[in-house]
Design a protein around this ligand. Structure first.
Ligand code: GLN
Length: 483
């Protein structure tokens, strides 16, 4: 096996036995990045020098065995909306093109402390607004399974880097599907933790009541290892929850006998690609054959997921993005403006891309006086109903299984002219953020054109463990039948 094909688990074993050094693996990945990144466009910043120096430090730690856990010396890719001290963090936006944060976000700090190596920052939709990684200052990221197709988004660069072996694993963020959807399109595993599980301190805010950071990895075990390192209470994030973090590895038993799998009828609907539906139904069959028990459930407010999400997310975005005004940091339009207002206007007109401007306008409208009750307040009320649907459903099941996205990856450019078509891709993922639940996507087959299909597994609040348990059992079974 080439070094770039290692997983966290396999690499850790080799690093711990000193069969290979972190520096060697890091060099091998940097070489592969220099060969492939120009075309795939997964990384927007490659941190060659920093990565090698982190790798050498990790090697020293490994040599002494000094607290060297599973991530020590493991090269990762970081989504470019996570603040990295001294390394530009652009959010794929012109307005932050030259922004160099003076601090590490909490998730980054935890990974650093665990001894991980950062290869670089990954491409994304500007400010994480999108489902394809085409709305990026740096141009679209390409799907390694078919380079004319999108990777999904907004964590497309991270999913692509994992799928193309340009890193061992990666971080992403998920506000309405941005970890799970690109993981599905690129044929890798991605997990959005429960809201409050991972600190967002230092994550550039998009929609604060929805945003979560999570892992994207080559398999379920790696996903659980990276999740373990990211989780935990953080007083710097007021939404971080102080609840015990279980040992996720203990859930990876392969035993799903008696596990009740909820199958929501509202997620198996007309309009879903038949090949996607078939692959997911087969996936459920695999779990059933292992002793899991399918239960039909209903999530009746599902149809409101997209409108509710696109009101709440845009409203929060319009307020979060008000800080980019050209005064304290980030881009400022050149030339003189005779009033402060004109300076704001020019800076924001030139600094934001079209999709971000569309969201700011939608959100400002939803919050504006006279429309607030009809849109924002109503959306919040329906959000409560969506959440209650899940509370009710989890009385009768342990996990819920659905397709991650209704269709496989589209061609680059196919949907950029039609924002509504793009928004509709989020139909199975946004409800999960609205309810604050954990959700994972893992590969469950390919279409006749060879495009990966993702199966989504949802769990109750703070029950990532059971989600991982179901995913691991499925992965074990399907890997053993492929072999
Ligand atoms: N595709 C969704 C959006 O465009 C979700 C994005 C995300 O999860 N960051 O808003």
């Amino acid at each position: 096996m080439d070094l770039h094909q290692e997983t966290i688990q396999s690499l850790h074993a080799k690093l711990a036995r000193r069969e290979v050094s972190s520096e060697e693996v890091t060099r091998s990945l940097l070489n592969r990045i220099s060969e492939l990144n120009q075309e795939l466009n997964a990384y927007v910043t490659v941190m060659e020098e920093e990565a090698l120096s982190q790798a050498r430090e990790a090697d020293q730690r490994l040599a002494t065995g000094d607290g060297a856990g599973p991530l020590c010396g493991v090269p990762l890719a970081i989504k470019d909306n996570m603040n990295t001290r001294g390394i530009r963090t652009t959010c794929a936006s012109k307005i932050l093109e030259n922004f160099v944060p003076p601090f590490d976000g909490t998730a980054i700090r935890k990974l650093r402390e665990a001894g991980a190596v950062f290869l670089g920052k990954t491409n994304m939709d500007e400010f994480a607004m999108g489902s394809s990684t085409e709305h990026s200052l740096f141009g679209p990221c390409r799907n390694p399974h078919d380079r004319d197709r999108v990777t999904g988004g907004s964590s497309g660069g991270s999913a692509c880097a994992v799928a193309a072996d340009l890193c061992i694993a990666a971080t992403g963020s998920d506000t309405g599907g941005s970890i799970r959807q690109p993981a599905a399109y690129c044929g890798v595993v991605g997990l959005k933790p429960t809201y409050g599980r991972v600190s967002r301190f230092g994550l550039v805010a998009f929609a604060s009541s929805l945003d979560q950071i999570g892992p994207i990895a080559k398999n379920v075990t790696d996903c659980s290892l990276l999740l373990q390192a990211l989780c935990g209470y953080d007083p710097c994030d007021s939404t971080s929850v102080d609840s015990p973090v279980p040992d996720f590895a203990s859930f990876l038993t392969g035993d799903v006998r008696g596990l009740r799998i909820g199958i929501p009828k509202e997620y198996f609907i007309e309009g879903t690609d038949p090949e996607v539906e078939e692959a997911v139904r087969k996936g459920i069959g695999v779990l059933e054959a292992e002793g899991a028990v399918p239960v039909e459930i209903s999530l009746p407010h599902t149809e409101y997921g997209i409108p509710v999400y696109y009101l709440i997310a845009t409203a929060e975005a319009s307020s979060n993005l008000a800080r980019y005004d050209g005064v304290k940091y980030g881009f400022r339009a050149e030339g003189s403006a005779d009033t402060l207002r004109k300076m704001y206007h020019r800076t924001r007109s030139e600094g934001f891309g079209d999709e971000v401007k569309r969201r700011i306008m939608l959100g400002t409208y939803a919050l504006s006086s006279g429309y607030y009750d009809a849109y924002y307040r109503k959306a919040q009320q329906v959000r409560t109903l969506i959440r209650q649907d899940f509370v009710e459903a989890f009385r009768n099941c342990d996990v819920i299984v659905t397709p991650t996205v209704p269709s496989p990856a589209c061609r680059i450019g196919e949907k950029t002219g039609d924002p509504l078509q793009m928004y509709l891709l989020d139909i199975f993922t946004t409800t999960v953020n609205l309810a604050g639940l954990p959700g994972l996507s893992l590969p469950c087959g390919t279409t006749s054109e060879g495009l990966p299909v993702g199966m989504q597994i949802l769990g109750n609040h703070f029950d990532e463990g059971t989600v991982l348990k179901a995913a691991f059992a499925f992965e074990q079974k399907t890997l053993s039948t492929q072999a």
